[in-house]
Design a protein around this ligand. Sequence first.
Ligand code: NAD
Ligand code: DAU
Length: 346
Amino acid sequence: MKNILVTGAAGFIGSAFARYMVEKYRHYQIIVYDKLTYAGNLDNLLPIDDEENYRFERGDIANRETLKAVLEKYQIDTIVNFAAESHVDRSILTPDAFIHTDFVGVYILLDEGKKHGIERFVQVSTDEVYGDIHEGLSVESDPFLPNSPYAASKASGELMVRAYHVTHGMNTVITRGSNTFGPYQYPEKLLPFFITEAIDDRPLPLYGDGRQVRDWLYVEDHVTGIDVALHHGQSGEAYNIAGENQQHNIDVIHHMLDHLGKPYSLIKHVPDREGHDRRYAMDCAKLRALGWQRQFTFEDALQKTVAWYRENEWWWRKIKTGEFMEFYKQQYAARLAAADQRDGNS
Ligand code: NAD
Ligand code: DAU
């Protein structure tokens, strides 16, 4: 392994992975390949901009020509695929891009990778492929029961990875991460959205009763999990990466508001997300058996995260304009108006 193409690494988790790999493995060339959609942001890669073993190329994983050129130019031997449309609410509003990237894009990446003779292919996937888990913990052999267009497109991508492993003998590994949070996360996702809204004393639109359960994983722990799976995972296998920290959304938001010193009255219960999964929870013993261990407690990670958004308004204020505001109106205007009406505020 020498020349690693990290796709989708101008986004949240991929950029954390690229920053980590560039520092940790000086003898690897880290080539980031990203389409720069609304979620892609070169600011996320600024800390490694001047590093000798890092390069950036703009391109779509579903575009054979640009992909082929980059695979050849850098003699790529390994692909780690983070590229995706990643937001569940957007998959309900506008699913086309999810099929394009999370399914067709993965297929084209595999197919061009195979033709090019890629030695290792890592697909970054999600606990959402297991669907709503009422009790217990998902293990890697559990069936897929995806419920949102996002989850279905990610599950479809995984199935294509499996097919290229079985049919063509490609060396593949899949990781399934749980709800990830930390610095540089696009402020449409629960924690960065609510932290940045709360800083401005704006209402926090919590879906339904807020008692949905997510398993919160700090981004730096997610990244080390992918590193372990990349280097030590068995070909053809999938590995859960869990935070082992299952909490109700409302409790997470209370903790966050305590850190910020803002009142709970900012929370507005709004009409629920359609098809909202109630609970995700995974067992990650299989990855731990490869030597992975989480380094961060939820409390410490949340504190670091809140502090980062407080100290880095330069990063998120410019995002929360234009396209973001269009999405905000589409997603939240009617929900917040319904909540106001219910509460007699209009
Ligand atoms: P993100 O939305 O922050 O970033 C996605 C990146 O992919 C962006 O830089 C975007 O420009 C790029 N991209 C999108 N379409 C592309 C295409 N067709 N070609 C090339 N680049 C493209 O996402 P994230 O939260 O960092 O998630 C990264 C990966 O991890 C995704 O595959 C996601 O499904 C998975 N995942 C995310 C979480 C989470 O909690 N955020 C948890 C588990 C798994
Ligand atoms: O579980 C892994 C998944 O986690 C990843 O695969 C996805 O890419 C990532 O976006 C995330 O999906 P979720 O749907 O769980 O994350 P999100 O931040 O959108 O929502 C977290 C919880 O908070 C969920 O129960 C919905 C709720 N929520 C979210 C938003 C944005 C609200 O109550 N209000 C909101 O405004």
